[in-house]
Write a protein of this length. Structure first.
Length: 436
């Protein structure tokens, strides 16, 4: 049995009998991993991505070490407001990903289902709920969430607020993109600010908030520029770095650390080697635990992931001098908000920008938004000359395996694209057997 299996089993077992002991083990194990990132980083990654791994680990440890100054949030909650009142983001998707990486998710998934949570609810949300119910995840100061893109939010965050007995605030984001809805969400964000001020006793200074939004805008502009530059470069990539970027480009926006990461990316890509291998743009979450995906895309010169749509959900064309409207704009015009065609078109634009040879549309179990748009995405991507593989699985729950099928289909897809994008006529005639 591998060390991670032993660690995950102990976290699972102790959470049932001694939650405090399990919390100590989790913090200790993650702190040791943080130390490893600092002393023995993955040398194949660029310096910026090694810095990103440490930044993510720090973000994960803060709510465990200081839950009183943390707020449970959904991934698209504007966290600049939290930063201004001194609260750490206690993000559901991040924690569940790390619990899965620690090989501890299975017991928490079962815990949530045993207590009435549907099997079809997103596994990221079920894992967090089960871990909280077991006493592994400490009580936060409050809960702040949005209905944006994920219907599981409405179940998870209400459940968590009631379970912990803490105040919560829900931000309603309409599906239509227009200025009226931006104004509507901006007003709710002002109410969110008042809620956070009441919860913490810390006032929010609007001038400081504007400065945070300037950092947010610059961060997204830097990242967009990096993606443009990487089109002609070979950038080594594993399976977690694109997910880290997706999380931090949302939850960590507004911080100098996240802006520094994107500045480092620009320096790194300027020194990178010319592009080589097949280039895959990934849509939705990545099953980092899958050996079949690792064998083909993890730190491989022959094929690598060159972007993930979760890191590029909004263009940086908002005005930081109107901070509440700027945050509202990011939410209303998020590419995952509204019709799935908006997400598809944004994905095509991003894939073209990095000169992708093909794309993967990952149908994460329980995500209706992604599942429902799969065939439309395949047709539209291929009309634009980008072959697309529809891959089914689960980004968090490794019991949804299918490794043999995944390996076969990934291999066939990479062989088919042959390192070059299809011309538009070829794409239109592309056969559907790979998508299944």
């Amino acid at each position: 049995m591998e060390l991670f299996d032993i660690f995950g089993n102990l976290v699972d077992q102790w959470s049932q009998t001694s939650p405090r002991r399990a919390q100590w083990l989790l913090k200790t194990g993650w702190a040791l991993q943080d130390l490893r990132y600092r002393l023995l980083p993955e040398r194949q990654l660029m310096p910026a991505d090694r810095y990103l791994a440490r930044m993510m680990m720090d973000m994960m440890l803060k709510p465990l070490r200081d839950p009183e100054h943390s707020a449970v949030v959904s991934i698209f909650t504007p966290c600049e407001l939290l930063q201004e009142v001194g609260l750490h983001p206690y993000n559901v998707e991040s924690f569940s990903s790390y619990l899965s990486a620690s090989r501890a998710e299975r017991g928490f998934l079962q815990q949530a289902e045993n207590n009435g949570i549907s099997e079809t609810l997103c596994s990221y949300h079920k894992t967090f709920i089960g871990a909280a119910e077991r006493g592994l995840l400490p009580k936060p100061r409050c809960v702040v969430y949005t209905n944006l893109t994920c219907d599981a939010n409405l179940v998870t965050f209400r459940n968590m607020a009631a379970f912990y007995g803490v105040p919560s605030f829900a931000i309603d984001v309409p599906m239509q993109q227009n200025e009226e809805n931006v104004a509507y969400v901006a007003e709710q964000l002002r109410e969110t600010a008042a809620f956070l001020e009441h919860c913490t006793g810390h006032p929010i200074d609007e001038e400081r908030l504007k400065e945070r939004l300037r950092h947010s805008k610059q961060t997204l502009e830097n990242y967009e520029r990096f993606q443009q530059l990487r089109a002609g470069k070979y950038v080594p990539n594993d399976l977690v770095t694109p997910m880290f970027a997706g999380l931090c480009n949302n939850v960590f926006l507004g911080t100098k650390e996240q802006e520094r990461y994107t500045e480092m990316l620009l320096r790194d890509v300027a020194r990178a080697e010319p592009a080589s291998g097949k280039r895959i743009y990934w849509m939705h979450t990545i099953p980092f635990w899958s050996d079949a995906v690792k064998d083909t895309l993890c730190l491989q010169r022959s094929a690598q992931i060159v972007g993930c749509d979760l890191a590029e959900v909004c263009r940086p064309d908002f005005d930081p001098e109107r901070p509440y409207e700027a945050m509202a704009y990011r939410m209303v015009y998020n590419s995952l908000n509204g019709s799935v065609t908006r997400r598809i078109e944004r994905g095509i634009d991003c894939a073209k920008r990095v000169n992708a040879d093909g794309a993967v549309w990952f149908c994460h179990w329980g995500c209706k938004h992604t599942l429902g748009g799969a065939q439309l995405a395949k047709r539209r991507f291929e009309q634009q000359g980008i072959p697309l593989l529809i891959l089914n699985g689960d980004g968090c729950d490794r019991s949804h395996g299918g490794e043999g099928q995944t390996a076969t289909r990934m291999g066939a897809f990479l062989e088919m694209i042959g390192g070059q994008r299809l011309s538009v006529p070829e794409a239109a005639d592309c056969r559907r057997e790979i998508s299944g």
